[in-house]
Design a protein around this ligand. Structure first.
Ligand code: BZD
Length: 830
């Protein structure tokens, strides 16, 4: 044993090693784990060994609280929230867990004593990219808030072996490479081989009669495999509550098919195993539904059946009958991806637990609640009936039965209105016929919510209007939020310290306390400190960008940031039109005095979304020309930061001056990046869309750069026969910008590269970039001028932070608990 190890362990008993929070116990535990889990001593340990030893040290401290929480829940048998989500984007765990345990400082010192830098270990962690964007990140924020609010909860999902692809920019375009996040092992997870469920697929159904002569249905599948639980502890902030993130991994049912092996079909046996594992192998990288992809339907059913079987098992341990299931669990459907749960719970209750249909339906419709995340009609999930029949024959029968009873109810309310019946049916009768998952979710849920006020209103007026007319009482709004722990405390320690020094430490749990900052908004000394915090984050980002992209940027310039999935409706190309406008202005007038800006983009495009990939190409092409043009040097810089992730977000949100929230009004359900930027003191330039509307309401119209058509105006403009060609011809500056892109100026003279994008804009432009262009440019000019008045800008920045308290996900979760889940907090002692 190394001398340092022996010394560190001296006098420290085993219990302290596993639970102690002092610098000494952390150091002893770290060395102990390095030795016994990694088989290393400090002199030869790699960075990864060190990272893992620390991660296990922290995990021990979580497990301790986890056991206490489980005990407390077992004793009190509280109502439990189950969040069903096909995606989670938790971000790196180490820093967050240290923060929530309150041991960042002793840990830093413990490591420093061994010559190790905590920051290097934090940087080393690879995050689980088990989601595409906002929806998956929202699920992770909700898990954080549930634990922090001490609400008993389980997050259920899929342990994808490969998460969202890694994005590499090659020759200006996106190239996808596989994300191998499990390569070095995942110290945070605990595999639970004993918690495993059968998952059946395909086959047929047949009628049965039992000994008492009762009819039933037997489902004879043609494939069975297993789902195994893999658990991650989610600790709340400053509390002992540890909730469970339970992700399912697929395995072959028998592990190995000896029958096939004996026949000499070793290959067949292995292939079968590989096939079952394929189910949880990889995340679909699309943030729109994958129509007709069998594997995607398998993934959805896979995690839903495992999760429901798990809930039933847990419920049975309480000794309560199954007709009380909905009193024990509130199950939230994160979009329609888990909506098959409505049919699956019916199947489990009726077929497997012999409950009558009516009783089972009472339980089911009191169990589920459904959150919608999109208004785009093309993004509503539907499954072709032939595929559905092939994969889930029994569920199709159940859905037909649910639908028949539901449509009878519609007919009763609206006799003779066959159009309505067709519109509302769970089955879309247009060949090849589809199962409409949103309709299934609406019928099977007691509550339906949108994710921002505008979105919830538009849901009732458009895509779910018929359902609203039938069941107005089911509809609610729950405006999204984000966790201030990860997105302020962890990613912006400088700002956190300033806030805590000014307001006391309570703001992260009760962000309404931030309002007190308003008193300091005009205080010159406070303003100076505020700017220093921002400046230090900008310097750190500049260093990172120099390192990653080999572009040097000026921390004194206005950092103008747009970071989110690349989508036409999010309009990153509107941002590009602005950049090219400024570029042209300087070219025509070299002495032009403009506010120096650095434009920073981040975000992935779905691999099959050609226009989004072309937008990435355009950003990089413009960056390439602008950054090399001496005429604009010192005034314009453009950076595309590759492979945007939660971790990169930590460095981005705190460094931004201006947050770009440009979606066409009525298209972005909420947005949550908008909240992260503003909480870190960036000002928003944005449309009246999603949560922007409420952010502006909170921070005040004077502290928000608003432009663009309203959702109503967007609808009207399109209905009246929108002609972007006319706008293009009428606005000379805009024409100059579009013509320059079309001319090949940014593509080495090649006029074909951006032609699809340009043509689309001047002839179709269904996201109304041209209609919003002039307003956007004028608004940007205003933002640029304001930035030059640093006292005014700082004041606005302070007021943004002061008034963003509403957008803590704690508020969102408290509302879900009160209005939907009827769940109560329960304190846990250790
Ligand atoms: O959900 C997003 C919305 O676009 C945002 O406006 C909203 O803020 C967040 C959270 O409510 N939706 C998604 O992120 N959707 C997906 O990622 C997705 C993934 C797979 C299939 C369909 C959609």
């Amino acid at each position: 044993m190394a001398e340092s190890h022996r010394k560190a362990l001296n006098g420290t008993n085993r219990e302290t090693i596993r639970t102690g929070l002092s610098e000494e116990s952390i150091r002893a535990a770290f060395l102990d784990n390095l030795f016994y889990l990694q088989g290393r001593f400090p002199e030869v340990a790699t960075l990864n060994d060190q990272y893992k030893a620390l991660a296990y040290t922290v995990r021990d401290r979580l497990l301790h609280r986890w056991v206490a929480t489980t005990r407390a829940y077992q004793k009190a048998n509280p109502r439990t929230v189950c969040y069903l989500s096909a995606e989670y984007l938790p971000g790196p765990f180490l820093g967050n867990n240290l923060l929530n345990l309150g041991i960042e400082e002793p840990t830093r010192r413990a490591l420093a004593g061994l010559g190790i830098e905590l920051d290097a270990l934090l940087e080393h962690e690879e995050e689980p990219g088990l989601g595409n964007g906002g929806l998956g990140r929202l699920a992770a924020c909700f898990m954080d808030s549930l634990a922090t609010l001490q609400v008993p909860a389980i997050g259920y999902g899929i342990r994808y072996e490969f998460g969202i692809f890694d994005q590499v920019i090659r020759d200006g375009g996106q190239v996808e490479t596989t994300d191998n996040w499990l390569r070095f092992g995942n110290p945070w997870e605990v595999r639970r081989p004993a918690i495993a469920y059968d998952v059946r697929i395909g086959g047929y159904t047949e009628q049965t009669t039992d000994a008492q002569g009762r009819f039933g249905v037997r489902w004879v599948p043609n494939e069975v495999f297993n789902g195994i639980a893999v658990d991650t502890a989610i600790l709340g902030h400053g509390v002992n509550t540890v909730n469970l993130l339970r992700l399912w991994t697929a395995e072959a049912a028998e592990g190995f098919d000896f029958h096939a092996f004996n026949r000499g079909d070793y290959y067949g046996a292995v292939v079968r195993e590989v096939r079952s594992e394929t189910i949880s192998k990889v995340l679909y990288p699309n943030d729109e539904p994958e129509i007709g992809k069998r594997l995607r339907l398998l993934q959805q059913y896979f995690f839903v059946t495992c999760s429901l079987q798990d809930m039933i098992r847990i419920h049975r341990t309480t000794g309560q009958p199954l007709d009380k299931f909905h009193e024990k669990f509130s199950v939230q459907l994160n979009d329609t991806h888990p909506a098959i749960a409505v049919a699956e719970l019916m199947r489990l209750l009726v077929d497997e637990h012999q409950m009558g249909w009516d009783a089972a339906w009472e339980v089911t419709r009191h169990t589920f609640a459904y959150t919608n995340h999109t208004l785009l009609p093309e993004a509503l999930e539907k499954w072709p009936i032939p595929l559905f029949q092939n994969v889930l024959p029994r569920h199709l029968e159940i859905i037909y039965e649910i639908n028949a009873r539901f449509l009878d109810e519609v007919r009763l309310r609206h006799p003779f209105d066959t159009a309505r019946v067709q519109r509302m049916s769970i089955i879309d009768e247009a060949p090849p016929r589809f199962v409409r998952m949103a309709h299934l979710a609406c019928v099977g849920s007691f509550a339906i919510n949108g994710v921002a006020e505008l979105h919830s209103r538009l849901l009732k007026e458009t895509v779910l209007r018929d359902f609203f007319e039938l069941w107005p009482e089911k509809f609610q709004n729950k405006t999204n939020g984000v966790t201030p722990r990860r997105f302020v405390m962890l990613s912006n320690p400088g700002l956190s310290r300033l806030l805590t020094r000014t307001l006391g430490a309570g703001w992260a749990r009760d962000p309404s306390q931030l309002r007190v900052l308003e008193r300091h908004a005009d205080d010159a000394a406070f303003q100076q400190e505020w700017r220093e915090v921002k400046r230090s984050r900008k310097e750190a980002l500049a260093a990172r960008i120099l390192d990653r992209c080999n572009v040097s940027i000026d921390p004194d310039s206005l950092f103008d940031v747009q970071a989110k999935r690349i989508h036409e409706y999010k309009r990153q190309h509107l941002n590009v039109l602005h950049i090219v406008t400024l570029y042209n202005r300087i070219k025509f007038n070299p002495g032009l005095d403009i506010t120096p800006r650095t434009f920073i983009f981040g975000g992935k495009a779905a691999p099959g979304y050609a226009m989004a990939k072309l937008m990435i190409r355009l950003i990089n092409a413009v960056a390439d020309v602008v950054n090399r043009d001496p005429d604009v040097a010192g005034r314009l810089r453009v950076v595309f930061l590759p492979n945007f992730s939660v971790k990169l977000g930590h460095g981005l949100y705190p460094a931004a001056d201006l947050s770009e929230q440009l979606s066409t009004a009525g298209k972005e359900a909420s947005g949550t990046g908008n909240m992260k930027f503003s909480m870190n003191g960036a000002l928003t330039i944005g449309t009246l869309d999603g949560a922007n509307v409420e952010i502006r309401e909170e921070v005040g119209a004077d502290n928000f750069f608003l432009f663009g058509l309203t959702a109503e105006e967007v609808v009207r403009t399109l209905a009246e026969g929108y002609r972007p060609w006319d706008i293009y011809n009428a606005n000379l500056e805009l024409k100059g910008v579009i013509d320059l892109i079309a001319s090949g100026h940014f593509s080495h003279g090649d006029r074909t590269v951006f032609q699809p994008l340009v043509d689309h804009l001047v002839w179709h432009d269904n996201y109304l970039l041209l209609a919003d262009y002039a307003g956007y440019i004028a608004c940007q000019e205003q933002a640029g001028l304001t930035y030059r008045d640093s006292r005014q800008w700082t004041r606005m920045s302070i007021l943004n932070v002061a008034r963003m308290g509403k957008f803590s996900s704690d508020r969102t979760i408290a509302e879900y608990c009160r209005d939907i889940w009827r769940a109560e907090p329960m304190a846990v002692d250790v």
